[in-house]
Design a protein around this ligand. Structure first.
Ligand code: FAD
Length: 414
């Protein structure tokens, strides 16, 4: 079957944000046969790159800078993609279909893709501007962090979410002392069940990480402009040489809001990644998108989500049918642990653990009735792979068989 005709072969596609989603969309447009001009605008100095290694292999020195790039720089010129680094988009004029850029120029578009991602949330507390108080969002942030952390140093990580825990594990690998400060009474409180929280806490403690749970950070204190400690609400000062604030990210949706696009927790889009303006798409961390499996909308921060959005927008622009729906998923690497998560634990009424957490190889299934809503699999690829299928197909499972390690995941699924 041949592809449907391109709706507008000459259309100029402008992509704002040269990250994982924007970079992928530019390459896919060419792969899907879009012949018209493509301009990729990015405020960072380097071509689109992967962020996950910034808190994992790259931070530990196990991957070099070139391996982060999605494509080598030459790829963009070779595929006639006008990649413009160090260029910020300042505003969108939907009536004229133009974008104003930070060099004062204006760029006309036929189709516009917003791929501006998200930014690390800052803590509005005293001392937040001291040297050594860092975030981890960009390659430049990661360079700064890597230059600071090492033997004889103490790193304080504010936030016990996935990025915070990955930074803690990498900090230990680099020889630093690490203390994690978490406001909630358990780790991963927003994103994982207590089984996983307890498991990760124990694993990190075995690797020498110290935790302060229920710890409200009220300020950073320093000497000569350099951070030297984190002040807690109970009055204690936790001494440190550097801080990573990992308390979540907020969508970069100002461009969309300022030009009147519909937004909620990000830029609202449909299953083609199209916003409330049919000429404008939004993909990746900035998009608030429908997730038909769960019958609801939400914003996700993951590489698979960035890739899916890029496929949706590129397909719509190139006149191809929309890609099939996928189960959302993501991963986290800490020490020798590979956590793979499929789906989201919405409306869950039961949690079932398959395997023994003490073995370092187990999976937590989140069930609604006899349907799997989500699975968190530690060093357990079959549970992750089959769980992903079960979530997508909405198939009922026999809980007894699911909990029984003697029954393979393949057998559970049939
Ligand atoms: P980004 O990759 O953030 O790209 C957005 C780009 O747009 C940025 O370069 C930004 O500078 C640029 N931009 C913003 N505004 C403008 C403007 N006005 N003009 C021009 N450019 C602009 N996901 C996983 O699935 N697994 C993981 O293990 C994992 N680990 C992670 C570890 C870290 C440290 C981080 C930070 C993220 C991690 N993620 C992980 C999340 C994943 O990297 C993101 O979901 C993904 O990068 C989103 O892609 P994006 O293109 O939407 O946003």
């Amino acid at each position: 079957m041949s592809d449907p005709p391109n709706p507008d072969p000459a259309a100029h596609v402008v992509i704002l944000g040269a990250g994982h989603a924007g970079g992928t969309a530019s390459a896919l447009l060419r792969q899907y046969g879009h012949p018209g001009p493509i301009t990729l605008i990015g405020e960072e100095p380097i071509p689109p790159y992967q962020r996950p290694p910034l808190s994992k292999a790259w931070l530990k020195g196990e991957a070099d800078a070139d391996s982060l790039a999605l494509k080598p720089l030459e790829f963009y010129a070779e595929h006639d993609i006008d990649f413009r680094p160090l260029m910020k988009a300042l505003s969108i004029n939907r009536g004229e279909k133009t974008v104003t850029l930070s060099d004062g120029s204006s760029l006309a578009y036929d189709a516009l893709i917003l791929a501006t991602g998200a930014r690390a949330i800052a803590l509005p507390i005293p001392g937040a501007d001291l040297a050594g108080v860092m975030f981890l969002r960009t390659a430049a942030d990661a360079e700064r962090l890597k230059a600071t952390v090492g033997p004889g140093k103490t790193l304080a990580v504010v936030g016990g979410g996935y990025i915070g825990l990955e930074v803690a594990a990498s900090g230990r690998a680099l020889g630093a002392e690490v203390v994690v400060l978490e406001r909630e009474s358990r780790l991963l409180a927003r994103v994982a069940c207590t089984v996983l929280s307890d498991f990760f806490k124990a694993y990190h403690q075995q690797h020498g990480v110290t935790f302060e749970l229920g710890a409200l950070v009220t300020g950073f204190e320093g000497e000569g402009g350099q951070v030297r400690g984190v002040r807690l609400a109970d009055g204690r000062l936790i001494a440190c040489d550097a801080v990573v604030v990992g308390v979540g990210a907020a969508p970069n949706d100002e461009l969309a809001r300022d030009c009147g696009l519909e937004t909620a927790r990000g830029v609202t889009v449909d299953l083609e990644a199209r916003t409330s303006d049919p000429a404008i798409f939004a993909i990746g961390d900035v998009a608030h998108r429908p997730m038909p499996i769960y019958g609801r909308m939400f914003r996700m921060e993951s590489v698979p989500n960035a890739l899916e959005g890029a496929k949706q927008a590129a397909s719509a622009i190139a006149g191809r049918p929309p890609p099939p729906g996928e189960t959302p998923w993501q991963w986290s690497d800490q020490y020798d642990l590979k956590l793979q998560i499929a789906g989201y634990a919405f409306d869950v009424d039961e949690i079932l653990v398959r395997g023994d957490p003490a073995s370092g190889k187990f999976a937590v299934f989140h069930l609604k009735g006899d349907q799997v809503q989500s699975v968190e699999a530690i060093n357990s690829p079959p549970e992750f792979m089959m769980g992903k299928q079960l979530i997508l197909n909405r198939r009922a499972v026999d809980k007894g068989r699911l909990a029984n390690l003697a029954v393979s995941m393949k057998e559970v699924a049939v």
